[in-house]
Design a binder for this molecule. Structure first.
Ligand code: GLA
Length: 387
C-alpha cells in the first residue's frame, strides 16, 4: 500500500535536544551520514531536522528569511541537497509568532512567503513553534494559515505543529491540516520528565491517529546528559539505558513520532540497540495508527502513576501490549485478558512475542503476569490463537 504523507508517525532526528543553538552545515551533514552508518535509515528513520537558531536575526530587504552566514555559509539548499543525496528527507523550523523561541524571526505574517522559500530550498518537514504569538490572534488561525501555505507551496511538506498542548489544541489541530502536534512542554533528559510526559498523554488516545499524530516531544534516548542546554540536560544528568529503553517503548506504543535527539555520531551500542528495535518500531509504524488505551495492572496495590499497561490494536489483528513499571522496585504486574475484551469463555489464548528480547514466550490464557524491572517495561506482540 502506498504510504501517504503523515499516515504513520514521522521518524527522524532533530538538532535541538543535544546541540540547541550550536548547529552548522557540517554537523547536519554528519547527522545525515550517521543515519546511514548506524543503520537508522534502513530501520525507517527518514527526516533530518534543523531546529531553532539557523537564521540571521533579521529578514532581508525582500522580507525573506536569511540563513545564518557563519553556521550555514552556503545557505540551506546545499544542506537539503546533501540530505536528499543520502536518500533522506530534510526538515527545518519556524514559529507562528513574530519571533522563534530563541529570538530569531518567526513566520507571523510571512507564512506564504516562507512556505515558498522552504519549498525552493527543498524542505520536506516544518516544525512550527508557538513563542511570541500576538495575543489578538487565536493560535488555531495561525496554524491554519501555515498549513494552507504549505499545502499550496508546490512541495509535499510534513507540518509539525508545536504549541505544547495549549489552547485546547486537541479540538482543532486535526482539521488544521497539521500532520503532528506537540502536546507537551519540552522534554528533559531525566526519568521524571519522561514519565511525566507519558502520564500526561494517557487517556488522550482518541486524539492521535493517521495524518495527525500526538507528538510527546523528541526522544532523549542515548543523550546521557550531553545536552549543551542546562534545562534539557538538567542537573540529574541523563538516564540509565533501561530508562531510555522504557522511554522508547512508551513513545513507540503511544504512537508518538520517533524523532531522535542524541548525538548520533557518538551513539553507544546500547543506544543503537534501543533506537533500532524492529518490533517496537513496527508497533509505532502500524498503518492504522491507533492510540493505546490504558489498563491498571493487578495487584491494584500501587500508588497512582506507578504501573500501567498500554494496549494498541494493530492492523493485522495483533495487540501490542506494554507493561510499565515506573516504581523504584521490581514488580510482578498482571494483565487480565478480560480487560482487553477476551473472556475465558471465548476459548482463545494469546501467543506472545517479546519485543525486547525477541523471544517467543508461548501461549497464555486469562492472564499474563511478568516480573517487570524497576523503571522498566515488558512489551509483547500478542496474536490470538484457538485454545
Ligand atoms: C520550544 C520548543 C522546543 C525547541 C525550542 C527552540 O521550546 O518546544 O522543542 O524547538 O523552542 O527554541
Amino acid at each position: 500500500m502506498e504510504k501517504l504523507l503523515g499516515m504513520t508517525p514521522p521518524m527522524g532526528w532533530n538538532s535541538w535536544n543535544t546541540f540547541t543553538w550550536e548547529i552548522n552545515e557540517e554537523l547536519i551533514k554528519q547527522a545525515a551520514d550517521a543515519f546511514i552508518e548506524n543503520g537508522l535509515k534502513d530501520a525507517g528513520y527518514e527526516y533530518v531536522v534543523i531546529d531553532d537558531c539557523w537564521s540571521e536575526k533579521q529578514r532581508n530587504e525582500k522580507g525573506e528569511l536569511v540563513p545564518d552566514h557563519w553556521k550555514f555559509p552556503n545557505g540551506i539548499k546545499p544542506v537539503a541537497d546533501y540530505v536528499h543525496s543520502k536518500g533522506l528527507k530534510f526538515g527545518i523550523y519556524s514559529c507562528a509568532g513574530t519571533h522563534t523561541c530563541a529570538g530569531h524571526p518567526g513566520s507571523f505574517e510571512h507564512e506564504f512567503q516562507d512556505a515558498e522559500t522552504f519549498a525552493e530550498w527543498g524542505v520536506d518537514y516544518l516544525k512550527y513553534d508557538y513563542c511570541y504569538k500576538p495575543v489578538h490572534i487565536p493560535g488555531e488561525i495561525l496554524y491554519k494559515r501555515m498549513s494552507t501555505a504549505l499545502r499550496n507551496c508546490g512541495r509535499p511538506i510534513m507540518f509539525s505543529a508545536c504549541n505544547w498542548g495549549n489552547d485546547n489544541i486537541y479540538k482543532w489541530i486535526r482539521e488544521s491540516g497539521a500532520h503532528l502536534f506537540r502536546s507537551t512542554g519540552d522534554i528533559q533528559d531525566n526519568w521524571e520528565s519522561i514519565t511525566n510526559l507519558a502520564i500526561s498523554q494517557m487517556g488522550k488516545e482518541p486524539y492521535t491517529g493517521n495524518f495527525c499524530h500526538n507528538d510527546m516531544d523528541m526522544l532523549v534516548v542515548g543523550m546521557h546528559g550531553a545536552s549543551n542546554d542546562g534545562f534539557i540536560g538538567s542537573k540529574i544528568g541523563g538516564c540509565t539505558d533501561q530508562e531510555y529503553l522504557t522511554h522508547f517503548a512508551l513513545w513507540a506504543i503511544m504512537g508518538s513520532p520517533l524523532i531522535m535527539g542524541c548525538d548520533l555520531r557518538k551513539a553507544s551500542e546500547e543506544t543503537k540497540k534501543t533506537l533500532l528495535n524492529k518490533d517496537l518500531i513496527a508497533i509505532n509504524q502500524d498503518l492504522e495508527a491507533r492510540g493505546a488505551y490504558v489498563i491498571k495492572p493487578l495487584p491494584d496495590a500501587y500508588n497512582e502513576n506507578e504501573a500501567f499497561i498500554l494496549v494498541k490494536p494493530l492492523a493485522d489483528g495483533d495487540l501490542a501490549i506494554g507493561i510499565f513499571n515506573f516504581s523504584d522496585t521490581q514488580r510482578e504486574l498482571s494483565l487480565e485478558f478480560w480487560d482487553m475484551g477476551i473472556p475465558y469463555a471465548a476459548g482463545v489464548s494469546l501467543s506472545l512475542h517479546d519485543c525486547i528480547t525477541g523471544e517467543e514466550l508461548g501461549e497464555f490464557t486469562e492472564q499474563f503476569a511478568p516480573v517487570v524491572p524497576s523503571h522498566g517495561c515488558v512489551v509483547v506482540r500478542a496474536r490470538i490463537v484457538e485454545k
